[in-house]
Write a protein that binds this ligand. Structure first.
Ligand code: AGP
Length: 607
């Protein structure tokens, strides 16, 4: 999730652009750059202050664009930093989003003689614009033709050096907001960079583009028709704008759930042909055909997503899988025989135990394939192949959106490997893909009922001990739900396999020790009901997570949170959402800083 900022007015643009990028720093990034009409292009890896340090007093101009990059394609380098330009340095652009068909477009443009500088998907836009302008289009025509060719998402800010008095802006899937000032206008990925200058904002809708000048703005549809729309005045503080109007990053990131799933499968799941495309694995495809075992090693929430992946891979790709706590794997002299693939699952890509675990596996000759959210991170760089989450940085310390993205990617990987190894029917694969595509709307339907979940959380907020229990695909969710509650509200909670209850934990059950029971309508539902009955027989309270329409639990459980039906293969993604919200509301009910819980770090880069 990159940060974009643009200015057109009468003041010196460089300082305003730098301030705009600093306001967007919270979004996370790995490099930055800016272009000022009449002054030039400057880029830097690392923090915005590295970019600022490169600006000289004579670097002047009143129109410009700036960008902080959160890499999705191409590692963080100056060359890959935005703005990007065309062959002749006449068009400069900053892009936020993913261009799914950039490979085809780039090949076609190279065939026409275009020279590319970067490894990014974004650069193709500059060369497409150049191509259309050279073929005789006006810049506006070139822009609409270019946008029509792009599959994927974009937020674009563009300077055409032949028209240095304006900015071109376009949006599809990646937010872009205009700031309407007095004798100056702004654009940004989110209003937090605009609010210090003006509170009059105007959000572009998907498929719209605009021309921004010092004293005017024009809105257009993709077809080129002008759209008349007045700006609105936002009342948010700068801090509130960073959280998208939510009180905390954690809630913002939970509420992004539907888009997180879409971005995780974007460019990887062809909805028309119902196929999975994981280009990231092309180079290791032959090795993947022959792997005999997979070891999944990571920490915390990332490990729990791996536990779901284990069940998926064994059930549908028919590959033996084992889960290893990275902090144990690295010390216990594991045996990693030939034909083993080791997977690191990690949001930060810097977790010390996980890094040490894959280094040990690599030393023993394993193929390392990782699921990572941070492009260019250490674990990404030390893996033989990486599947990036493509969901933008996760800022809240508690991992929420990364978890559902990791499990989504495991579902894609499972179907990909099942097909590659000839163990899945097309019909079964297509059925699963349809269910993956249906997930975002199902998640949205849970998020829309978050006030109900808040009420339940408030009811249980006084308890000091919780048991979470699940089976099969919700077995890992019992652990993840307990971890969320522990780290956000500092309340003791245990995740347990429901089948293990009779082997000890049931001795703890009493009216002051509630159980969160994952009772979705799946192949182990009847077993879960038996567990719930055992708990009720001992006066334990039960909060059940159940599939919409379930009537049985109304007579059994003390409280129920309903979730939409989905296939068992994907149910962990649905089941975890209410538990993330449950933990969040209990945590804020206790007045804790849920974005930065005590004693925790976002990335545990030490042992
Ligand atoms: C989860 O909410 C915690 N923040 C923690 O367990 C985290 O998942 C773990 O430290 C792994 O981090 P990583 O995904 O960045 O490797």
């Amino acid at each position: 999730m990159c940060g974009i900022f643009g200015y057109v007015g009468k003041k010196e643009a460089p300082a305003i652009l730098i301030d705009g990028l600093k306001a967007l720093e919270y979004r996370g990034y790995d490099s930055a750059g800016l272009y000022v009409a009449g002054a030039g292009l400057v880029k830097a890896v690392g923090q915005v202050k590295n970019l600022e340090a490169k600006l000289t007093p004579d670097f002047k101009g009143t129109v410009g664009i700036a960008h902080t990059r959160w890499a999705t394609h191409g590692v963080p380098t100056e060359v890959n930093a935005h703005p990007h330009t065309d062959c002749e340095g006449k068009i400069y652009l900053a892009h936020n989003g993913i261009i799914e068909n950039y490979g085809e477009l780039k090949a076609e443009l190279i065939g026409k003689g275009h020279k590319f500088a970067s490894a990014t998907d974004s650069e193709v836009v500059a060369h497409l614009l150049e191509d259309f302008v050279k073929a005789g289009s006006t810049f506006s025509e070139a822009l609409t033709k270019t946008l029509a060719m792009i599959r994927g998402t974009y937020g674009l800010a563009i300077v055409n050096t032949s028209e240095p008095d304006r900015l071109y802006v376009a949006r599809k899937g990646s937010p872009i907001v205009l700031g309407i000032g007095e004798g100056e206008n702004f654009l940004a990925s989110d209003p937090s960079a605009i609010v210090p200058h003006t509170k009059k904002v105007l959000y572009l809708n998907d498929g719209e583009w605009a021309i921004l000048k010092t004293d005017s703005y024009q809105l257009f549809s993709l077809a080129g028709e002008e759209i008349k729309r007045e700006p609105t005045v936002i009342e948010w503080s700068v801090e509130e704008t960073k959280k998208g109007g939510y009180d905390h990053f954690m809630l913002k990131e939970i509420m992004e759930g539907d888009n997180v799933i879409k971005n995780s499968f974007r460019g990887r799941l062809l909805e028309d042909s119902l196929e999975i495309k994981l280009d990231e694995l092309k180079e290791v495809e032959e090795k993947l055909k022959g792997i005999k075992r997979i070891i999944i090693t990571s920490c915390g929430t990332a490990l729990y997503s791996g536990m779901v992946g284990e069940y998926m891979l064994e059930e549908f790709a028919k590959i033996p899988v084992e889960i290893e706590y990275a902090s144990e794997f690295r010390y216990r002299s594991p045996i990693v025989e030939a034909g083993t693939m080791v997977m690191a699952i990690t949001q930060s890509g810097e977790t010390a135990d996980t890094l040490a675990a894959i280094r040990e596996a690599k030393r023993q000759g394993a193929l390392i394939v990782s699921i990572v959210n941070t492009v260019g991170s250490t674990i990404a760089r030390e893996s033989d192949a990486v599947i990036y989450n493509q969901i933008g940085p996760e800022i809240g310390v508690a991992s929420t959106k990364a978890f559902i993205s990791q499990v989504t990617i495991f579902s894609l990987l499972t179907l990909y490997l099942a097909k590659l190894r000839g163990v899945a029917s097309d019909e079964e694969t297509k059925k699963m893909i349809k269910e993956i595509v249906a997930l975002p709307e199902k998640i949205k339907s849970i998020l829309e009922r978050r006030e109900e979940i808040k009420e339940v959380a408030t009811k249980y907020a006084g308890f000091t001990d919780f048991l979470f229990m699940g089976r099969k695909y919700t077995f890992p969710i019992a652990f993840e739900g307990a971890l969320k509650l522990k780290e956000i509200s500092y309340v003791h909670a245990e995740g347990y396999g429901a089948g293990e209850m009779k082997h000890g934990p049931i001795a703890m059950i009493d009216p002051n020790f509630p159980t969160v029971a994952l009772c979705l309508s799946d192949s182990v539902y009847e077993k879960m009901i038996s567990n719930v009955e055992e708990i009720k027989a001992r006066s334990g309270k039960v909060l059940a997570i159940a599939t919409v329409g379930n009537e049985t639990l109304k007579t059994l459980a003390d409280d129920i949170i309903y979730v939409p039906e989905t296939v068992e293969f994907l149910e962990s993604i649905i089941a975890v959402i209410p538990l993330q919200l449950f933990a969040y509301y209990i945590g804020i009910g206790k007045g804790y800083d849920v974005d930065k819980p005590r004693n925790l770090a976002k990335s545990v880069t030490v042992e």
